[in-house]
Design a binder for this molecule. Structure first.
Ligand SMILES: [Zn+2]
Length: 253
């Protein structure tokens, strides 16, 4: 006997199962990452087909299965239409989805918080006015998800001696932490980060994803890009995976 349950979920990836059906990887509000069969999603007149698109949020009724859950009803919650109007917005939205699929594999207990961060970020990226804001929202997203998963960095404090970072932090990807000038001695693989950027990252991490920070308007594209790349590399070190993602504009600039 199948067990039924309802949840809100955002589609992350879609794979064909056969000529008619798709498999959907979704992030759900109640059960974290789930894999479901969207029966008939590939048929031209399927109602489910439209709702099975990547980065759509739906309210679902599901039957729990052994390998895959089966979608029996889907009601659209948000198509994030503004996110789809712009190539950059869509790219960074997909980057966030990929980030979720890598990091949030075993997160049933934190699923509501993670779902809300993901949902709000897709809205924030959609509402962004320029490239800097898109990057800023993606950076906030990464910091908040890492924090939820216990991978957050205490940027303001030396991971070794616990003193407050005064001028520069020396960040080590190998050691997954930041050091003060004294403790970093002899560690050659560190990245020197000025206090200004530390304050910026601390504020983004400590401000809820719904709220704007004092830096939202004053930070420039270069600063946000540097921080984004920095957190991306740190995340890749943790996961041991490189995220397949190319921002051609960032490379050109
Ligand atoms: Zn120290």
């Amino acid at each position: 006997m199948d067990k039924q349950y309802t949840t809100d979920a955002i589609n992350i990836k879609s794979y064909p199962l056969n000529d008619f059906d798709n498999i959907l990887l979704m992030y759900s509000k109640t059960s974290g990452l789930i894999k479901c069969i969207a029966k008939g999603a590939k048929k031209p007149k399927s109602k489910l087909g439209a709702r099975a698109q990547v980065l759509f949020a739906n309210k679902l009724l599901l039957n729990k299965g052994k390998t895959f859950d089966k979608i029996t009803q889907a009601q659209g919650l948000n198509t994030f239409s503004k996110l789809r109007e712009d190539f950059d917005k869509l790219s960074y939205g997909l980057y966030c989805a990929d980030f979720i699929s890598i990091f949030c594999t075993d997160t049933v207990d934190e699923s509501e918080k993670i779902y809300n961060i993901f949902y709000k970020t897709l809205e924030n990226i959609g509402n962004s006015e320029d490239k800097k804001e898109i990057l800023l929202q993606t950076l906030k997203f990464q910091l908040h998800i890492l924090e939820e998963l216990g991978w957050g960095i205490d940027f303001g404090i030396c991971s070794c001696c616990g003193t407050e970072i005064k001028e520069y932090s020396y960040f080590s990807n190998e050691e997954k932490g930041n050091f003060c000038a004294t403790c970093t001695k002899g560690n050659i693989k560190v990245q020197k980060i000025p206090k200004k950027l530390i304050d910026f990252l601390c504020t983004l991490k400590e401000t809820s994803i719904e709220q704007k920070t004092k830096y939202d308007n004053i930070a420039d594209l270069n600063t946000v890009s540097i921080c984004f790349q920095f957190i991306k590399k740190y995340s890749e070190k943790i996961s041991g995976r490189t995220q397949k993602f190319t921002d051609f504009n960032l490379i050109a600039s």
